[in-house]
Structure formats: C-alpha cells, structure tokens
Design a protein around this ligand. Structure first.
Ligand SMILES: Nc1ncnc2c1ncn2[C@@H]1O[C@H](COP(=O)(O)OP(=O)(O)OP(=O)(O)O)[C@@H](O)[C@H]1O
Ligand SMILES: [Mg+2]
Length: 339
C-alpha cells in the first residue's frame, strides 16, 4: 500500500538539504509555521503528478541557489529525480530522462489542505479548478480535452476582442470549442455522477444521521452539434461582450445539503463533514479509475478538525499511505520528522 519510501531534497524552497524516510504507513511531519512542511508535500506531489500544486520552478528554487534537486524513492524500487537548473526542469526515472513526468509513472494523489474546507462557499473558479484537477487525475482524456478546449477558447476570445470580427472568422474555433467543450461537459457530468453515487453514504458514516448531500453541476450538458448552434446563436452577444459567454469555463458546482444549497444553509460542521466525505470518495474513485492506490497528503488540517473528525480521517485512510503535516503532534500519532 505504501508508494513512497524516502524523500531527499536539495535547495527546494527553504530546504537546503532535507531527508525523510517514509517507510511507515503514516508519516507525521511536525514543525513551526514556515519551517517547510508544505514544501515537502509539494516535492512529493511533483514526483507523483509531474507538477506542483503551489507554484512554478523558479519559485521553488531556494533563494540564492542555482539548482534544485528532489529525489523521491518509491517502494517498487524506482526513483524519481527532478532537477531544475534555473531554466530547465527534467525528470529522471531509473536512468531515463524526460522533460515531463511520463503518464505511466504518475500516481494518484489525494491532497487535503485547510483551504479545501472552504470550497463550498468559495468562488466558482476555485471550484472549477478543484474539480478539474480531480477529473484530470480520474481520466487522462479529461486533461487532454480541457487543455485543447482552453487553447481554442483563448483563440476565440482573442478574435472576439478585435475591432471587427465576422461570424466566419470564428468558424474553425467554434468547431474546436464545440468538440472539446462538449467532451469536457460530458466527462464532468459523468464524473460528478460517480462522486454523487457515494456522497450521502460517506457523509452519513461521518455524521451518523440521515442527512442527504449531493453535488450539482451548474451548467448545461450539450452535445457537439447543440454546442455549435449555441456558439453561432451567441455571436452578436459574444462580440459585444468581447468573450465567449457559453462553455464549461463559465460553469460551477454546487454543494447541496438536504436538497438545499449548502452554502448558506448547512452549518460549519456539516460543511466540514461534507468535504471530508468528498475526500474519502476521491480516494476510492481514484483507486478504481486509475488502478493505483492514491497517496494521501494531509497538509495541516488536523488543527481544523475536532477529535471525532480527526479520528474518522485517520480511520478512513487507514489503507492508504498518509503523509501528514502539523504544527503540533496529534495525540494518537508519533512524530516521524521534526523540522
Ligand atoms: N524559493 C524559496 N527559497 C527560500 N525560502 C522559500 C522559498 N519559497 C518559500 N520559502 C519559504 O519557505 C518557508 C517554508 O514554507 P512552507 O510553506 O513549506 O512552510 P510550512 O511549514 O508549511 O508553514 P505553515 O505551517 O505556515 O504552513 C516559508 O518561510 C517560505 O517563506
Ligand atoms: Mg504549510
């Protein structure tokens, strides 16, 4: 069940040199604010997903240093070495170098940050980013379609901002937006249904009551033809606005609690339990869809949860490798690394 065995960092954010053995099922990293806990999770995430959840390489490179190196040893004997020389980054896996982390070497990750607890009431763009990242992990094809959609959307929007634009000028971009946009919509709705199928049961296992919760897709799922027709119908309005008014880039996700919008109706504790449920579902779904057990990274969230939710968290992720950061050691755990 363990994926990661050891982490070695050089010039990675505040770490000039850092090493961590994670050969137990649960690794707890304890340190003061600013001591570099999140940075360790960032390095692990980089090795498993191929990119950071926080920043770009130039930000990661320790101030004043001219290279960084992160070596993540995996249990199945392979090693991921990431190097950045101030300009270029490379991944090396068992001696083979590449500019990107090859798909077959990616592992699913469930990352839980304190910010996630505010997902229910945050901005639509934050929610879109959140689910985009989850769906990218669930299906590679989602990531490909989304990237192509965003590229086509940008071209379409650039044209819409020009002084004069004819409907014909947009045609080829409409075709691309409709093709990839419809795929993005379809996959979002499909993936959301998979989450929803588990939502209430998982919630009840935490809250021990009969409440019902669900996630709604706020947007319209249309096929490619209908999508194309909408874009053509919207021509004048889009020219006036200077951007594309229809598409998955405008959609949102809504958390529902007992058939009402959770934001504004559910209590703080109920919202927290919903997010916890979502995290458990992420782990199960990623395991099923990807066929690999995700690594669970819990960044500083224990201080945000009460005793019973803390215990539930640890209990539920018992079958996964967990790497946890905290400013103080939770009672039920031993400290593996003190920063
Ligand atoms: N490129 C860099 N070079 C040097 N230091 C950096 C760099 N990037 C970030 N830092 C610093 O590294 C420190 C560690 O950041 P990190 O977020 O990992 O700490 P943390 O232990 O998670 O803190 P917190 O408990 O507040 O979340 C911070 O003080 C930050 O300002
Ligand atoms: Mg942190």
């Amino acid at each position: 069940m363990n994926v990661i065995e050891r982490v070695d960092l050089r010039n990675f954010r505040c770490h000039e040199e850092f090493a961590l053995d994670c050969n137990r099922a649960t690794t707890l990293i304890v340190g003061e604010n600013g001591s570099g806990k999140t940075s360790v999770l960032e390095a692990i995430y980089l090795a498993l997903r191929g990119k950071s959840f926080k920043g770009v390489d130039r930000e990661i490179l320790r101030r004043g240093a001219d290279f960084y190196r992160a070596e993540i040893s995996l249990v199945d004997a392979q090693k991921v070495i990431i190097r950045f020389d101030g300009a270029k980054k490379s991944f090396e896996i068992d001696g083979k170098k590449s500019l990107r982390l090859p798909k077959k070497n990616r592992y699913p990750v469930v990352l839980f940050e304190p910010d996630d607890l505010y997902l229910v009431g945050s901005s639509p763009s934050r929610r879109r980013d959140y689910f985009d990242e989850l769906f990218r992990q669930m299906n590679d094809a989602y990531g490909v379609a989304l990237a192509k959609y965003n590229k086509a959307l940008k071209q379409r929007n650039d044209l819409l901002k020009e002084e004069t634009v004819l409907a014909d000028d947009l045609f080829s971009w409409n075709v691309m937006c409709a093709h990839y946009g419809a795929e993005v919509l379809h996959r979002r709705v499909e993936n959301l249904a998979k989450i929803n199928a588990e939502m209430t049961d998982n919630y009840r296992s935490i809250a021990k009551n009969n409440d019902v919760c669900a996630l709604l897709y706020v947007g319209k799922e249309v096929d490619e033809n209908e999508y194309m027709a909408i874009l053509e119908r919207n021509f004048e309005r889009d020219v006036y606005l200077g951007h594309s008014s229809f598409g998955p880039h405008r959609d949102d996700y809504e958390f529902e609690f007992n058939d009402k919008k959770a934001d504004g109706s559910a209590s703080r504790g109920e919202v927290r339990s919903m997010i916890l449920a979502l995290k458990f579902i992420e782990a199960q779904i990623l395991e099923t869809e990807v066929g690999k057990k995700p690594v669970v990274l819990l960044d500083d969230i224990f201080s945000e949860l009460d005793d019973s939710r803390q215990r539930h968290l640890v209990d539920n992720f018992r079958d996964y490798q967990m790497i946890i950061t905290s400013t103080a050691a939770p009672e039920m755990m031993g400290v593996d690394k003190e920063l």
